[in-house]
Design a protein. Structure first.
Ligand SMILES: *[C@@H]1O[C@H](CO)[C@@H](O)[C@H](O)[C@H]1NC(C)=O
Ligand SMILES: *[C@@H]1O[C@H](CO)[C@@H](O)[C@H](O)[C@H]1NC(C)=O
Ligand SMILES: *[C@@H]1O[C@H](CO)[C@@H](O)[C@H](O)[C@H]1NC(C)=O
Ligand SMILES: *[C@@H]1O[C@H](CO)[C@@H](O)[C@H](O)[C@H]1NC(C)=O
Ligand SMILES: *[C@@H]1O[C@H](CO)[C@@H](O)[C@H](O)[C@H]1NC(C)=O
Ligand SMILES: *[C@@H]1O[C@H](CO)[C@@H](O)[C@H](O)[C@H]1NC(C)=O
Ligand SMILES: *[C@@H]1O[C@H](CO)[C@@H](O)[C@H](O)[C@H]1NC(C)=O
Ligand SMILES: *[C@@H]1O[C@H](CO)[C@@H](O)[C@H](O)[C@H]1NC(C)=O
Ligand SMILES: *[C@@H]1O[C@H](CO)[C@@H](O)[C@H](O)[C@H]1NC(C)=O
Ligand SMILES: *[C@@H]1O[C@H](CO)[C@@H](O)[C@H](O)[C@H]1NC(C)=O
Ligand SMILES: *[C@@H]1O[C@H](CO)[C@@H](O)[C@H](O)[C@H]1NC(C)=O
Length: 839
């Protein structure tokens, strides 16, 4: 008995020994160390494993590499086309030095097919990034082959895809052999990812602009992919690679069965790969959905395809039936195409022009021209009759098109400005205002002219001494007042000439006074940083919010201009919509859509006494996500990088469905493409929401908005004000929140009124965690907005926040503020008031 037990123990020890020594610790295959079915090798850090496996729903045996911990999604398969049907397979170094899969009968099923001299001294090592490398076993030994150069359908961080190294899809979920789709990176200079379905282009990413692929809407933010393109000038090769944004996340990109590139994160909780982005993921992302000169728009309800302006369906009947294959044709000749004889009178003898199409996925097959700016790009295009469209992308340069325009898409956000050549009559007089050259804006509308004259005369009469302000006013009016007939009754409606969907009207002071009953106190909604906000009703019954800028306010014409320009360009569900404005006498008035539910602070800090409801957790969470997306849009997705600079709970408005809308862009700043931060002498913002580097040094960047967002987030969760409330161990909410979080009592931070209602504790804790990361003192410790959106919606492991120590106190120094701040003594009317001060 005892002997048996001992021998059992011995066997167990042997087994464990095997497990640890040969099955786990070993990451190498050599001529005398093959792998049999059932055995595996594991990379040195234990992340990747190599061995035999069967796909789900199949008995066939394949050799593959997978994440050891992360269940069976093989990231690489050796014998894709030729599986084994029993467990007699061996993966080994063959006599010729190749890695081979052989079956029980010693027949080679699959081989790496390289020229090696002999099996002697050749090893295959599974590296820590999941690359299987066949090489000579000596220092500086020749590398003969690596699995990264022979991908299956999956890309792991560190792997590169190029013209000859590409992903190919699997046939089906139980059969990893090659399917129809492949993903390649095409083009050396201006590369784009292309997914082919056999010989048919299935989808394309648009060109790499050194930051992102310009036609990848769903994957174009760094949080979703971390894609990067490397140019190797010496080899003349170009590769795309990707990296996980956070080391702690496991992320792969794979080509799925139906030809979509999918970015997936490992979800540790449900042990699944979770899709976070994919392309194509809509009909419009599929190549050539609308034919030549067709514009695809997923948001169109009735039909996703429409002809470009100036073009009409080639086959109207088929087109109406939703058969877009034949595309569109141009309605009119360009002037440059017409022979002199056919030029009839002066009517149609004007120069061709360009129509600006904002937020466009640019067509395929551009040509490139060296051109310093958009104006010269446009001039060059105009001068060559074969140029039918152009675009100027900062980091790519001048792109133009000559033949057919194909695979064009209209986005609601993101995309590029696209300029389409049209004959003069097609432009219908609405010549693009921002167009180069034709800088003279012909104000033909009598009304337009009279308004301008009115403004100018008014200013003259008032003896405006401020020459600068005067000049601004004129150029402002010049830029914006484009003659277009008023649409609605009595108000003078003018197009801002910024594209068809950003119509901003100019109101007369009389209209505004009528709408607000002479700015009646009863209609006052609130007091903002630079003036008061009133509710109003236009003569057509539309409800509006009127922001009347106080004459003494810091917001001069500069800021006013800023706000109007900014908001009219921005289109996002989570940003407030501007309807119009009014400049007359001393009044500067902005007119917004009216938000029946007013601002978020009423809900968050309200005590229910004025009948505000208490927002449940789900709603709060949706609001947090909405704000995050709105800010992300400002930072990344809109064409311009915009720093809001005054994010705060009272600047978030709620529509009738309690969707959050960010408002108050009076202090926003536009950054150029490569600019990341700016230093200002004029610090504007709101105490409690201002980041340390901004308050102390006047440096602002995306990360200062992130800080403010973090404060807003914490306020929404806790219903406490960041500054101005009393906390046990801390001077402000962020300090208090950190304390509680650190003691594992984060859940106690949740608004006590939600006790007993339904909420997901892990969601609450995650939110607080993200909020704490946002309010880190150190800029580099704060995540980007993109990362935040990602963090909120996935289960990725988050970094541990450090204790935030910075705080600004208001006047009374009792509540121990940092000594750095002693020199800053502020005096402001109320805590939530925006401030401006010079340094
Ligand atoms: C590789 O070389 C080292 C040193 O030269 C040797 O110790 C080792 O056994 C070799 N491994 C194989 C698999 O040949
Ligand atoms: C395997 O396939 C079965 C049915 O075909 C399915 O229910 C199961 O979810 C699959 N498992 C995985 C990990 O895909
Ligand atoms: C397999 O074939 C090789 C030669 O191709 C030979 O050297 C080896 O001994 C064979 N092994 C078995 C188990 O038959
Ligand atoms: C391998 O060697 C053969 C003959 O020596 C040659 O034809 C072939 O091109 C070589 N293959 C590679 C990949 O070098
Ligand atoms: C997968 O493909 C193979 C061969 O193409 C076929 O025999 C099998 O039925 C397919 N399995 C599924 C689940 O579609
Ligand atoms: C591939 O991904 C796309 C986009 O996410 C999705 O619509 C499609 O259903 C996926 N295909 C399969 C077979 O899962
Ligand atoms: C679409 O129109 C083309 C040409 O008019 C025709 O050949 C094709 O069959 C049509 N497709 C469908 C699905 O009707
Ligand atoms: C213009 O002239 C060219 C030859 O010079 C001719 O081929 C073309 O058809 C003419 N176009 C028109 C519209 O008359
Ligand atoms: C059109 O007229 C211009 C001068 O007015 C002449 O130079 C040009 O050759 C003419 N082109 C054609 C196609 O007749
Ligand atoms: C010129 O215009 C008139 C009407 O405006 C038209 O009847 C005539 O056919 C035109 N001639 C040419 C050559 O296009
Ligand atoms: C117009 O552009 C095409 C293509 O770039 C070129 O071949 C042609 O010479 C150009 N024409 C003129 C007049 O510059």
């Amino acid at each position: 008995m005892a002997a048996t037990r001992r021998s059992n123990l011995f066997l167990l020890v042997c087994f464990l020994n095997c497990v640890f020594k040969f099955c786990l610790a070993i990451n190498t295959i050599s001529s005398d160390q093959p792998i049999r079915d059932g055995q595996t090798i594991v990379s040195a850090n234990g992340v990747f494993e190599l061995g035999f496996f069967s796909p789900n729903g199949s008995e066939a045996r394949y050799v593959g590499i997978w994440y050891k911990e992360l269940a069976k999604r093989a990231v690489w398969v050796a014998n894709r086309e030729r599986p084994l049907y029993d467990s007699s397979g061996i993966f080994m170094i063959g006599n010729d030095g190749n890695l081979v899969v052989v079956d029980g009968g010693n027949r080679t099923i699959s081989s790496t097919e390289v020229n090696a001299t002999s099996a002697e001294n050749i090893v295959a090592v599974l590296s820590d990034i999941g690359n299987l490398q066949l090489r000579e076993n000596r220092s500086n030994g020749l590398q003969l082959w690596e699995s990264f150069h022979h991908p299956s359908d999956t890309m792991v961080p560190g792997m590169r895809i190029g013209e000859t190294v590409f992903l190919s899809s699997s046939k089906n979920s139980s059969n990893p052999s090659r399917g129809n789709y492949i993903t390649v990176l095409e083009g050396d200079q201006m590369p784009q990812l292309v997914i082919w379905d056999g010989a048919v282009k299935h989808s394309r990413s648009g060109q790499w602009d050194r930051r992102t692929f310009i036609g990848l809407r769903t994957m174009n933010t760094d949080y979703s992919t971390g894609l990067d393109v490397e140019f190797n000038a010496q080899e003349g090769t170009t590769y795309v690679s990707f990296s996980a944004v956070e080391v702690t996340i496991r992320r792969v990109i794979y080509l799925n069965l139906s030809g979509s590139m999918v970015v997936a994160n490992w979800n540790a909780d449900n042990k699944q790969w979770t899709e976070i982005a994919s392309t194509p993921d809509s009909p419009c992302d599929v190549y050539d959905t609308c034919g030549y000169f067709g514009m695809c728009n997923d948001d169109e309800l009735s039909t996703i395809c429409n002809c470009l302006d100036g073009y009409e369906p080639r086959n109207q009947d088929e087109w109406n039936k939703g058969n877009w294959t034949e595309g569109c044709v141009r309605k009119q000749q360009f002037r440059c195409e017409r022979n002199n004889s056919s030029t009839n009178g002066t009517q149609d003898d004007e120069e061709d022009g360009f129509m600006e199409l904002p937020r466009t996925k640019l067509p395929d097959f551009p040509r490139y021209m060296i051109s310093p700016d958009r104006a010269s790009c446009e001039a060059a295009c105009l001068n060559n009759c074969s140029c039918i469209a152009y675009a100027f992308v900062e980091t790519i340069g001048c792109m133009f098109w000559e033949n057919n325009l194909i695979d064009i898409q209209s986005y609601t956000s993101g995309g590029e400005q696209f300029y389409l050549r049209l004959s003069h009559s097609e432009l219908g007089g609405k010549q693009q205002l921002k167009g180069f050259g034709i800088a003279l804006i012909i104000i033909s509308g009598v009304l337009g002219f009279s308004i301008l004259t009115y403004i100018v005369c008014r200013l003259r009469k008032k003896g405006i001494s401020n020459k600068r302000g005067y000049r601004h006013m004129i150029s402002f009016a010049k830029i914006f007042v484009s003659p277009k007939e008023s649409k609605s009754g009595d108000s003078h409606g003018y197009d801002f000439g910024q594209g068809k969907d950003s119509e901003v009207r100019i109101f007369s002071l009389k209209d505004i006074e009528a709408a607000t009953e002479l700015f009646a106190v009863a209609n006052k909604l609130g007091q903002g940083g630079f003036g008061s906000v009133y509710k109003g009703k236009l003569s057509n019954g539309q409800e509006i919010a009127v922001k009347r800028l106080s004459t003494s306010s810091g917001q001069g014409i500069e800021e006013f201009k800023n706000e109007v320009i900014l908001i009219s360009k921005l289109q996002h569900r989570n940003l407030v919509n501007i309807i119009g404005f009014c400049i007359q006498e001393d009044e500067k008035v902005l007119v917004y859509e009216y938000m029946p539910n007013k601002s978020l602070d009423k809900f968050v800090f309200g005590n229910g006494m004025r009948g505000e409801m208490v927002l449940d957790w789900h709603k709060r969470y949706m609001i947090i996500e909405g704000i995050a997306r709105g800010v992300l849009y400002l930072h990344r997705d809109s064409r311009l990088k915009i720093i809001h600079r005054d994010l705060k709970t009272s600047n978030i408005l709620l529509d009738d469905e309690l969707n959050p809308k960010i408002s108050d862009f009076g202090m926003a700043r536009i950054f150029g493409g490569n600019q990341d931060s700016e230093n200002t002498n004029r610090v504007v913002g709101t105490y409690g929401y201002m980041s340390p580097e901004y308050a102390l040094q006047g440096i602002f960047s995306e990360k200062s908005d992130v800080f403010s967002f973090g404060v807003v987030l914490l306020e929404i969760v806790t219903s406490q004000k960041n500054s101005g409330s009393c906390f046990q161990n801390s001077v402000n909410l962020s300090g208090h929140a950190w304390q509680m979080w650190n003691e594992g009592k984060a859940l106690e931070l949740l608004d006590s009124r939600l006790a007993g209602s339904y909420y997901d504790p892990s969601e609450v804790i995650r939110c607080i965690h993200v909020g704490l990361l946002c309010v880190q003192d150190n800029v580099t410790d704060r995540p980007t907005m993109a990362a935040i959106v990602s963090m909120l919606s996935s289960d990725m492991v988050l970094p541990v926040p450090k204790k935030p120590v910075f705080s600004i106190q208001l006047g009374n120094g009792e509540r121990g503020s940092s000594s750095l701040l002693k020199s800053l003594v502020f005096s402001v009317p109320s805590v939530s008031e925006s401030i401006v001060y010079g340094r």
